[in-house]
Design a protein around this ligand. Structure first.
Ligand code: MN
Length: 296
C-alpha cells in the first residue's frame, strides 16, 4: 500500500498515478489531548486501519496525483535520524573536496554513529526548499528513508526490518561548513520526505534499490542501497541500541557520492526504485545566514 498526505492534510491511497481520498479513516484515530503522543499516531494505527483505508479507496473516485499538493506523509515522528558517511564513495569524495569535509579527514559511520535532524525541518515535495544564494553552499543528499512501525529498543540486526513500517525518499539537505550536522541539516524544509509512504511488504529487499537525483535534468547522484556501509537492518538495530524507536521515527539511511550544490531556481528530481519519484523546487531564502566560522 502507498499512502500520502496531500492538500489541506488529506489522507490518500496512491494507486498508479491516482490518489484516492480516504481522509474519513482519520476519524478512527484516538482523540489526542495534551501531552500529545511521542509518535506518529497514523503509523502506530496502520496495522488496524490499513484494511479500512484500502476498502474506502475501492469506493471513492480517484484524482490524478499530479493535481494534488503532496506533503510529508510522516508529519509527527519523535525524531528524524540521519546516517552520516554511509557509502564509501561518498567518503572518498568528501575527503577530496574540502568544501564538503571542511578540512577534516572523514571516517565511516562506525566512527560517528548517527545524528538527529530537527522535526521542524520536515517538508514534502510540494514545498520548495529555501537556500541562501551566496557564501554558504547548500547540497542535495538523496537517501532511502525507513519509517519505523513499532516501538522497539535494542533489537538485533537479524529481524530488525520487521520494525520498519515502510519507506520513502528522503532528501537530507545540508549546508556545508564546520558546524554540527544537527545545525547544518535542520533548517526549515531541509528534510524532504515523499512522495508517499510505501509499506514494507512492497519492498522485500530495501538493501538493493537503485536511487538517484537529477538537478535541472542532469544526473548528480546515482547508486544502489546495496552499497550502504550500515544497511537498513543494521541501522535500525544500531539506532535502537541508543534510542527507543517509536512509530513514525524516520531514519535517513545516508547518501551516495555525487552530492553537490543547489541554488534558487533549480529543480531537483529524486527517484528510488519501487519507492517512487518526486520533483522539488529550490527557492531563495530571504533571511541571510552568518558566514561559517573558520575551519579548525
Ligand atoms: Mn545525509
Amino acid at each position: 500500500m502507498r499512502y500520502c498526505r496531500f492538500d489541506d492534510d488529506r489522507l490518500g491511497i496512491v494507486r498508479g498515478d491516482r490518489v484516492h481520498d480516504v481522509t474519513p479513516v482519520l476519524d478512527k484515530l484516538p482523540a489526542c489531548r495534551w501531552p500529545l503522543p511521542a509518535y506518529d499516531p497514523l503509523i502506530a494505527a496502520l496495522p488496524k486501519l490499513r484494511g479500512d483505508m484500502e476498502a474506502m479507496a475501492d469506493r471513492v473516485t480517484p484524482v490524478p496525483i499530479a493535481s494534488v499538493k503532496l506533503k510529508n506523509p510522516v508529519p509527527n515522528p519523535s525524531k528524524v535520524i540521519g546516517a552520516p558517511v554511509n557509502y564509501h564513495a561518498h567518503i572518498d569524495e568528501a575527503n577530496r573536496d574540502k568544501e564538503i569535509s571542511f578540512g577534516k579527514t572523514i571516517k565511516t559511520i562506525d566512527h560517528y554513529g548517527v545524528f538527529l535532524k530537527s522535526n521542524s525541518s520536515l517538508s514534502g515535495p510540494s514545498e520548495p526548499v529555501p537556500v541562501v544564494e551566496k557564501d554558504r553552499r547548500t547540497d542535495h543528499e538523496v537517501e532511502l528513508a525507513a519509517i519505523v512501525g513499532e516501538t522497539c529498543f535494542d533489537v538485533p540486526e537479524a529481524g530488525a526490518l520487521k520494525y520498519v513500517a515502510g519507506y520513502a525518499i528522503g532528501l537530507d539537505m545540508t549546508i556545508r561548513g564546520p558546524e554540527e550536522r544537527s545545525l547544518r541539516k535542520s533548517l526549515d524544509r531541509f528534510s524532504v520526505v515523499g512522495p508517499y509512504v510505501v509499506t514494507a511488504d512492497e519492498i522485500p529487499d530495501p538493501e538493493n534499490l537503485d536511487l538517484e537525483i537529477l538537478v535541472n535534468g542532469q544526473v548528480r547522484q546515482k547508486s544502489n542501497t546495496s552499497r550502504l556501509i550500515f544497511g537498513v537492518a543494521k541501522l535500525v538495530s544500531y539506532c535502537s541500541n541508543f534510542y527507543t524507536l517509536y512509530p513514525g521515527d524516520i531514519i535517513m539511511t545516508g547518501t551516495p557520492e555525487g552530492v553537490g550544490p543547489v541554488q534558487a531556481g533549480d529543480v531537483m528530481h529524486a527517484k528510488i526504485e519501487r519507492v517512487g519519484e518526486m520533483t522539488i523546487a529550490v527557492t531563495r531564502r530571504t533571511a541571510p545566514l552568518p558566514p561559517p566560522a573558520p575551519a579548525v
